[in-house]
Design a protein around this ligand. Structure first.
Ligand code: GLN
Length: 483
């Protein structure tokens, strides 16, 4: 039962082969049996899950239908869930029970999805390895000595290990696509503004975007359908109609123009990954796509620009966690300053503290022009590169990551080494573009992802290309041994 994709579950529920309650019980048992090896959950919500499953079964018995009605999922632990701990992977929010549901949580619940729990993540979504969580590192089901990627590592590990078919995640600089690549999943970061950020704890507001992690493009289409849409509670949400993402999955790729940036294949890319990317290009050519070499000349400046902008926004967003309005409060403060200092010093882990300091420095009066303003100008150049490229091509293809998942602890002493691994993913966030990562093969038994980028609001095109690729390849069907 646990091997079923979301689409298979939807068909099974519609055909009354099993109930949502039965499936939910099987998956909850599987989580309690297997998750201790992975640490992919921060909280389990068994009671809520069984209640929602029974309600979904009743709705179905009353004649309702829908691909998400009775489908078991989990939420990254930065989506607010009413009355349920929403920790953001931090000691700071260990005791925080959200007073309301995030829009994404409410929309999926209304569609009938069943919440099994809240998944582990890098603290405040800062990281690429899921090692900065206050609740401990998450392990990669493909090799328990390796990281699952981050910051949505818990959602990724849980779906990859078949503990559940799909989960929500967020992507500020790659946190959906990179863990998807590291765990052999399909992950979609939508266009900025496509999915509401209301009730999603902010890391870097101009970059953050929620999206799905699942095994197939078909399942990502189902999840995105439930998550996307205008929300008047989010001032950056965009009032554009939501297309039927499942309806366009089977369009032909004949004549599709795929741009491959020459900068993607320079030094730093593992040659074994380069070869798998070339194989995926050949596969898409067989399906009728036409390949064109393109250039993204400002890509080399993207990492430094991102690692100024994201911490700058984080330093501002995280100022609310002061032990008074929100979050952990220290014992016996001597005065107000002592309360702030110790509450924040005790509540935030080292990576979060580093980003707050970098961000506050970049925004300070004396350095604003030299760092923050400069980074914003680079951001515009990165966006312009994409706009030029999309005049000539329909999608852009390349690796999701320069290397496969590294060993736990391997990059802990050198934060910049981890930042460099984000080179292929962060440009989409700087430009606000949609991006998808899908399985493309293995290196030393570890999964490798291929990334597709599209113009604004072309999520349907990404899902269409990925689905056609998945009909003709079987990388995405491989299951990690032991799960
Ligand atoms: N690795 C990037 C960072 O640490 C991206 C994280 C994310 O997308 N949330 O900022």
């Amino acid at each position: 039962m646990h091997q079923m994709t979301l689409a298979e579950i939807a068909r099974g529920l519609a055909a009354k082969k099993f109930s949502s309650e039965e499936l939910t019980k099987v998956l909850l048992a599987r989580i309690s049996q297997l998750d201790p090896q992975l640490n992919s959950f921060i909280s389990l919500t068994e009671e809520l899950a069984l209640e929602q499953a029974k309600a979904a079964d009743a709705r179905r018995a009353n004649g309702e239908s829908g691909a998400l009605l009775g489908a078991p999922i989990a939420h990254k632990d930065l989506f607010c869930t009413q009355g349920i701990r929403t920790s953001c992977g931090s000691k700071m929010l260990d005791n925080f029970k959200a007073p309301y549901d995030a829009t994404v949580v409410a929309k999926l619940a209304a569609a009938g999805a069943v919440t099994l729990g809240k998944t582990n993540m890098d603290e405040f979504a800062m990281g690429s390895a899921n090692e900065s969580s206050w609740y401990g590192a998450v392990k990669n089901p493909w090799n328990l000595e390796h990281v699952p990627g981050g910051s949505s590592g818990g959602s990724a590990a849980a779906v990859a290990a078949r503990l559940l078919p799909a989960a929500t995640a967020t992507d500020t600089g790659g946190s959906i696509r990179q863990p998807a690549a590291f765990t052999n999943l399909t992950g979609l970061k939508p266009t900025y503004g496509r999915v509401s950020r209301w009730g999603m704890i902010a890391y870097a507001s101009s970059l953050d975007q929620g999206g799905p992690l699942a095994r197939t493009a078909e399942d990502c289409a189902i999840m995105l359908q439930g998550m996307a849409g205008f929300d008047q509670n989010d001032s950056t949400s965009i009032d554009e109609p939501v297309p039927d993402y499942s309806a366009s999955l089977n369009e032909s790729l004949q004549g599709l123009r795929i741009g491959v940036p020459k900068e993607y294949f320079s030094a730093g890319l593992d040659p074994r990954i380069a070869e798998l990317i070339q194989n995926s290009i050949k596969e898409l050519q067989k399906l009728g796509a036409v390949i064109k070499e393109i250039s993204l000349p400002n890509m080399q400046h993207a990492i430094p620009a991102y690692y100024v902008i994201a911490p700058a926004e984080a330093s501002s967003n995280l100022s609310r966690f002061d032990g008074v309005r929100f979050g952990h409060r220290c014992e016996n403060p001597e005065n107000l300053i002592d309360l702030y200092k110790r509450s924040r010093g005790e509540g935030f882990g080292p990576e979060v503290q580093r980003r707050i300091m970098v961000g506050a420095y970049a925004l300070s009066a004396g350095y604003y022009d030299a760092y923050y303003l400069k980074a914003q100008k680079i951001r515009r150049l990165v966006k312009n590169d994409f706009m030029t490229a999309f005049n000539e091509v329909d999608i852009i293809l390349g690796p999701t990551t320069p290397n496969p998942a590294w060993k736990l602890g391997a990059k802990n002493s050198d934060p910049v080494a981890a930042y460099l691994e984000d080179v292929y993913t962060i440009t989409a966030n700087l430009a606000g573009l949609p991006g998808l990562s899908m399985p493309a093969g293995f290196v030393d038994g570890l999964p490798v992802g291929v990334q597709l980028l599209a113009p604004y609001f072309q999520e349907g095109r990404l899902l269409n290309v990925a689905h056609q690729y998945q009909l003709n390849t079987d990388w995405h069907t491989r299951t990690p041994t032991g799960f």
